[in-house]
Design a protein around this ligand. Structure first.
Ligand SMILES: Nc1ncnc2c1ncn2[C@@H]1O[C@H](COP(=O)(O)OP(=O)(O)OP(=O)(O)O)[C@@H](O)[C@H]1O
Ligand SMILES: [Mg+2]
Length: 336
């Protein structure tokens, strides 16, 4: 009885996070999975039946949200997962219009997303709830503070480690001039961890799974291990509560000079390394579906220590079955 299946659309089917969410949901007998991407060559599209593959505009395009709302209505989508950063704020800002066509957005609130986008705002919000590296704007007052060098300088809103620099001394800091789109931050010299957090729709933290990123390729962890260490889970949970997280986020922590895990940033979406967290015992995409559908979910889910390595896998297609995507930015050189 296909009518009783929950219809779920997952965007970002070309990325590792999208593929992880699609695979998690495909494993459930009660879900009909639709996959979308801007690019017909996105591999995750070919994990779902042909009738379930969708091409969408680029997340940055002005028509993206309108088209998604239309698509969700036409396809009678019950739950929408977006795994693409640039899509999330626009979708979350119009959550009511999605619910008017019968679609629940499985993403944090617009307010939480906007807080995470700006690392200065994030630091202010979390101050007092968890250890925050000293963070100031690159302005006269910020530069004038009594810093211990080296310090980190990075954009307030950045991704992919672009613009992150270690500044050796005061002369080098002063030479940067003033720019309030840039942060000065205490250097955290210790080990770094990513903590995948799942919070209920009331903000209760259900799971916080710390993992190390042992090898990273193009910003995605390709080898790592989960680590059971309460101070990491507790810090990430405190951060999640401070930002009002509902759903899934990835909290990045790094040990300070005094040996305490401190907040680097929060990515309020599914990480590409989600398969490790799922295999370790916390199937966050599936649990989030139950939360969104109002079904019972355990109040706390534990995990095991587990390591992973990854490799690419080939999928062979009839060339005629590859979806055509005029709006794929790749061919136009628009992608960053
Ligand atoms: N205060 C800091 N102390 C030490 N290292 C830092 C600090 N801030 C950033 N870094 C280093 O730079 C990396 C990128 O920083 P951050 O996560 O804030 O920026 P991003 O552009 O969002 O990066 P990414 O998308 O690669 O995670 C961190 O993973 C960390 O290794
Ligand atoms: Mg980061």
């Amino acid at each position: 009885m296909t009518d009783t299946l929950t219809r779920v659309l997952v965007t970002g089917a070309g990325g590792p996070a999208g593929i992880a969410v699609i695979r998690s949901l495909l494993a459930r007998a009660d879900v009909d999975v639709f996959a979308a991407d801007m690019d017909g060559w996105a591999s995750g599209l070919y994990l779902v039946p042909e009738s379930r593959r969708r091409i969408v505009p680029a997340g940055r395009s002005e028509t993206f949200v309108d088209e998604l709302i239309g698509m969700c209505g036409d396809d009678r989508i019950d739950v929408l997962y977006s795994t693409v950063d640039v899509e999330l704020p626009g979708l979350a800002a119009r959550r009511d219009e999605l619910s008017a066509v019968g679609t629940a957005l499985a993403a944090p609130s617009h307010e939480t997303l906007v807080t995470c986008l700006d690392k200065f705002r994030l630091a202010e919000r979390v101050e007092g709830a968890a250890r925050i590296p000293r963070t100031r704007l690159l302005n006269r007052a910020g530069v004038g503070e009594d810093w211990t060098f080296p310090v980190i300088v990075k954009p307030r809103s950045g991704a992919g480690s672009r613009g992150v620099r270690l500044i050796a001394d005061r002369a080098a800091l002063e030479a940067l001039g003033e720019d309030e789109s840039i942060l000065i931050q205490e250097n955290l010299p210790g080990e770094e961890f990513s903590v995948d957090v799942l919070a209920g729709l009331d903000g209760t933290v259900i799971a916080a799974v710390p993992r190390s990123r042992e090898r990273v390729d193009s910003g995605v962890s390709i080898a790592g291990r989960t680590v059971r260490r309460a101070e990491l889970s507790d810090t990430a949970a405190a951060v999640a509560r401070a930002i009002g997280l509902t759903g899934v986020a990835n909290v990045q922590l790094r040990y300070s000079v005094d040996g305490v895990p401190a907040l680097l940033e929060v990515n309020p979406r599914f990480p590409g390394a989600m398969p490790l967290t799922i295999a370790a015992g916390v199937d966050m995409p599936s649990l989030l579906l139950d939360l969104v559908l109002g079904r019972p979910v355990p109040s706390s889910v534990d995990f095991a220590e587990l390591a992973n390595v990854r490799f690419l896998e080939d999928v062979f297609l009839d060339p005629g079955d590859v979806l055509v995507s005029e709006n794929a930015a790749h061919s136009e050189g628009l992608e960053e």
